[in-house]
Write a protein that binds this ligand. Structure first.
Ligand code: NZQ
Ligand code: ZN
Length: 379
C-alpha cells in the first residue's frame, strides 16, 4: 500500500425523509442562505416546495440562483457568486444532481473573498475559507455529496476540468432515495455508469491496495446486480436506495485509500465529449471506458482479468471488457460515439481538443497516438 491520509468531514443523512432537518441544520450556522438549483426538475417533483418549506419553518431566509445546466458552466457560477455577495449569505444550499452541487461548491468557495472561480479551478488563486455548504441530492451518480471535488466547463477556454480542495466538502448532505425516483430511465443509467467508472478510475490508479480492490469490486457488483432490476422498476425505493449508496461510496475516498491516485484518464476523455456535444457525463463514460480498456489491454491484461474474475466470474481481459460493454448497453447507455449522435465527421475536432487540452490519466499517460487509437475504438 501507499501512504495515505483518510479524511472525510461530511455529515451524511441517508434514508426516507432525510431532508426533513435541512432547515434546522442550516439555521445553526445562518438565517440567510443562497439556494442553488437546476432548470426545472425540483419544481416539478415537489422537492423545491419541501425544502423551501423546511427552510421557512426554521426561520432561514434565502436568495435563489437557478438554471444551473447539466455539464455546468463557470458563467453561472460567476453570476451566483455576485448574488451571494450582494445578499450577504452565510451559507450555500444546493438542491440537485452533481452539476448543481459542483457549482455550489465553487460558489461557496469564492463568495467570501474576492476570487475568480476559473482562476480558482486552475489553482491560480487559493481561497483560504469557504461558506458552509449544505446539499440535498436528487440524482445518484457523481458522489459529489460526500467529496471535495467539483467539475466545471468554460466556453471561452474550451475546457471541462475537475478541481479538488478540502474546503469544498459539504458540511451536511441529505440523501433521500425517493428523491431520485423521478429521474428518467436514461439518466438513471448514466448515473450507474458514472459510479462504476469512479470505481474503475480508482482501480486503475497508482499503487497496490488489496482491501481497496475488494471494496471497489463490491461496489461494482452491487451496481451490476441492482441496475438491471431498477431499469425495470424505476419506482422501487429499495433499488434506488442501493444505487444511491453505491454511488456515494464509489467516490467518497474509501476507493482511493492505499493508492497514490486514481487514474482519471477516461474521465478526461469523457469531459472532452461533454464539452463538445453536451453529452451527459455517464454516457461519455460508457463509450470511453470499453475503448480505453481495449487500448490498454496489452499493458493491463492481468489487472483487467482479475477485475473480470471478481466482478463477473470470467477468466480473461477480453471477456471482462465485453461484459462491461454488454452491461452498459443492457441498461441503455451508449457504447459507441454514433449511439450518442456523435458523427464520423466529428472525429477531427475530438482529436484536436484532446491535443489542445493534453488529455491524460495521472498514472497511465496518454499521448497523440493513444488519442487516435481510442477515438477509433469509440467509433
Ligand atoms: O436541471 P434539472 O431540471 O434539475 O434536471 C437535471 C439534469 O437535467 C436532471 N435531474 C436531477 N435530479 C432529478 C432530475 N430529473 C428528474 N428527477 C430528479 N430527481 O438530471 C439531469 C442531469 O443532472 P446532473 O446534475 O447534470 O447529473 P449528474 O449528477 O450526473 O452530474 C453530472 C456532473 O457532475 C460532474 C460531471 O462531470 C457533470 O458535470 N462530476 C462531478 C464529480 C464530483 N463532483 O465528484 C465527479 C464525476 O466524475 C463527474 O465528473
Ligand atoms: Zn464521473
Amino acid at each position: 500500500m501507499e501512504k495515505f491520509i483518510a479524511f472525510n468531514p461530511v455529515k451524511l443523512h441517508f434514508g426516507k425523509n432525510a431532508a426533513e432537518n435541512i432547515g434546522s441544520a442550516v439555521k445553526k450556522v445562518t438565517d440567510n442562505a443562497l439556494l442553488v438549483y437546476g432548470r426545472k426538475s425540483i419544481k416539478e417533483n415537489g422537492i423545491y416546495d419541501f425544502v423551501a418549506g423546511k427552510l421557512r419553518e426554521a426561520g432561514v431566509r434565502f436568495t435563489e440562483y437557478h438554471g444551473i445546466k447539466a455539464n455546468p458552466v463557470v458563467d453561472d457560477v460567476e453570476k451566483a457568486i455576485i448574488l451571494a455577495r450582494e445578499s450577504n449569505c452565510g451559507a450555500v444550499i444546493a438542491v440537485g444532481g452533481g452539476s448543481v452541487l459542483d457549482s455550489a461548491k465553487i460558489i461557496a468557495l469564492c463568495a467570501k473573498g474576492n476570487h475568480d472561480p476559473w482562476k480558482v479551478m486552475k489553482y491560480e488563486q487559493k481561497p483560504d475559507s469557504a461558506l458552509p455548504l449544505f446539499t440535498v441530492l436528487t440524482f445518484a451518480g457523481t458522489g459529489s455529496e460526500m467529496n471535495q471535488f467539483a467539475v466545471l466547463q468554460n466556453q471561452i477556454t474550451g475546457e471541462k476540468i475537475g478541481y479538488g480542495n478540502n474546503l469544498i466538502f459539504p458540511r451536511e448532505s441529505f440523501l433521500d432515495p425517493s428523491y431520485t425516483m423521478s429521474v428518467p430511465a436514461n439518466q438513471t443509467a448514466f448515473g450507474v455508469v458514472d459510479l462504476i467508472a469512479h470505481s474503475l478510475e480508482a482501480y486503475f490508479g497508482e499503487g497496490e491496495a488489496h482491501l481497496t480492490d475488494r471494496f471497489i469490486c463490491s461496489i461494482i457488483k452491487e451496481a451490476i446486480e441492482t441496475a438491471p432490476l431498477l431499469m425495470n422498476n424505476l419506482n422501487s425505493y429499495e433499488l434506488r436506495e442501493r444505487i444511491m449508496w453505491a454511488a456515494t461510496c464509489a467516490l467518497n475516498g474509501i476507493t482511493l485509500t492505499g493508492r497514490k491516485s486514481g487514474d482519471w484518464g477516461v474521465h478526461d476523455i469523457g469531459h472532452t465529449l461533454s464539452y463538445l456535444y453536451d453529452t451527459p457525463h455517464g454516457a461519455t463514460l460508457s463509450i470511453a471506458y470499453p475503448a480505453w480498456m481495449k487500448h490498454m489491454k496489452s499493458k493491463l491484461e492481468d489487472r483487467i482479468g482479475f477485475l473480470g474474475f471478481e466482478v463477473f466470474g470470467v477468466s480473461n481481459a477480453n471477456e471482462t471488457i465485453a461484459k462491461f460493454e454488454r452491461f452498459f448497453s443492457l441498461i441503455g447507455s451508449p457504447v459507441r460515439l454514433s449511439e450518442a449522435g456523435i458523427l464520423q465527421k466529428n472525429q477531427d475536432e475530438i482529436f484536436t481538443l484532446m491535443k489542445k487540452n493534453k488529455i491524460s490519466g495521472y498514472f497511465h499517460k496518454l499521448f497523440e497516438d493513444d488519442y487516435l487509437k481510442i477515438i477509433e475504438l469509440m467509433k
